[in-house]
Design a protein around this ligand. Structure first.
Ligand code: SF4
Ligand code: SF4
Length: 395
């Protein structure tokens, strides 16, 4: 097992994500015996970073992982969990309500109630790593709300030794990440990002990594295989990768891409079977970075085969002259993401936009297209994007 340093701790580069554990019956409950076998094998092989969250497996994940690790000395494993602030809001009654993603949860008076419940469920007296779950455009105000006081409360818990290291996960844009880290400079030692070779450009992950590194924080990677999609791409791409490295699995390319980055301290994989775990253990026994040629093969040939992106570089030359004040590169980035697949996160972000900031607000004046150094037909792209959104809403 390869180890790296995160907030002064020696962490296994392969981290166990506990959001895709094996399930029993109709899939609604964790198959405890199978999941325990995965945890035991991971622990025996040197994995020491275990990641969970309030909402994983409908709330069962925290309870399971606490029990699964309880037989091992507490100082031999590191537990990370997350506060579900991205699914909470302050109601007119002053209580904190959970949204539809956590339907059935009774409102709470403060985040302290959630935090205490999490410690209790995990059966621990402290979290080694504690994260704000998905700090993004739509949750930013909740996490910054002075009356709710999320960060000050967590800093208090850190002083008491109930949290050792603070971080946050995010699906937000690089600008939001930068803004949040600036607002709490020095507080968050790590940021959990969706990072893989497909999202390097598709979701602007390159800019997100740079924003995190600028603030001296480390990256914990989520979705390195994009939910398993990069473990079996398509016949043409699979053949390309097999030709370049006959012995390596297709999934190992995705892991090697993120392993090659010095900013990365932990790569989470939500492993559902012992076979996946064994494949990952083999990949994480070797720290050889990808060569420049292998890097190009992924970012140019494989990604080029998978998606047809609008080639916006995000230079923002077009935004100043837009009479509608549209954030054009942002909209194009979202359209790129959604042209690849119906991505829930992109819809989630767009729903937070006011109507006058959405693609349908473009009046087609063409000022942006005249100035764009990439020659992009911006009004045409936004028109098509607006039509797609309208069609999706009708569906
Ligand atoms: S064409 Fe649309 S996006 Fe471009 S400047 Fe005019 S209103 Fe803005
Ligand atoms: S000018 Fe062109 S490349 Fe630059 S941000 Fe606007 S659309 Fe993108």
């Amino acid at each position: 097992m390869i180890y790296r340093e995160l907030c002064g701790e020696k962490v296994s580069l392969l981290g166990m994500g506990n959001m895709r554990l094996p399930t029993a019956g109709q899939g609604e409950h964790i198959d405890v015996d199978k999941a325990q076998a995965i945890i035991d094998r991971a622990y025996a092989a040197g994995v020491n970073y275990f990641d969970t969250a309030f909402r994983y497996h409908g709330g069962e994940s925290e309870t399971f992982i606490g029990q699964a690790l309880a037989k091992y000395p507490r100082d031999s494993w590191l537990l990370a969990s997350k506060l579900p602030g991205h699914m909470m809001q302050r109601g007119a009654d002053g209580l904190l309500h959970f949204n539809a993603g956590l339907a059935g949860q009774a409102p709470v008076r403060s985040v302290a109630e959630v935090f205490e419940r999490q410690l209790e469920k995990c059966g621990v007296d402290h979290f080694d790593f504690y994260l704000l779950h998905n700090v993004c455009e739509s949750s930013y105000d909740f996490y910054m709300d002075e009356q709710i006081g999320v960060v000050p409360y967590l800093l208090e818990q850190q002083k008491k030794g109930r949290i050792r290291h603070l971080g946050f996960s995010t699906h937000g844009q690089a600008e939001v990440i930068d803004q949040f880290l600036s607002a709490w400079e020095g507080v968050f030692g790590f940021v959990q990002l969706q990072l893989n070779y497909l999202d390097w450009r598709l979701q602007g992950a390159d800019k997100k990594v740079a924003a995190v590194a600028r603030h001296g924080a480390k990256v914990v990677v989520m979705e390195p295989c994009r939910g398993g999609r990069l473990a079996d791409i398509n016949p043409r791409c699979n053949a390309l990768l097999k030709q370049a490295r006959p012995q390596a699995s297709i999934a190992s390319w995705a892991f090697d891409f993120v392993k090659s980055m010095p900013e990365v301290a932990v790569v989470l994989s939500g492993m559902s079977t012992l076979e996946q775990l064994e494949d990952n253990l083999a990949t994480f026994a070797d720290d050889t970075p990808l060569t420049p040629a292998q890097h190009r093969l992924l970012l140019e040939d494989v990604v080029g085969d998978l998606i047809d992106l609008v080639p916006c570089t995000g230079c923002r030359y077009c935004t100043e002259g837009c009479p509608q004040g549209l954030d054009i590169p942002r909209l194009i980035a979202l359209q790129n993401e959604m042209s690849y697949e119906s991505h829930d996160a992109a819809y989630f972000i767009l729903r937070g936009f006011k109507p006058q900031a959405r693609p349908g607000a473009c009046i087609g004046c063409g000022a942006c297209a005249k100035i764009c150094p990439q020659g992009i037909d911006v009004p045409g792209v936004l028109r098509a994007f607006a039509a797609r959104l309208a069609a999706d809403e009708r569906a």
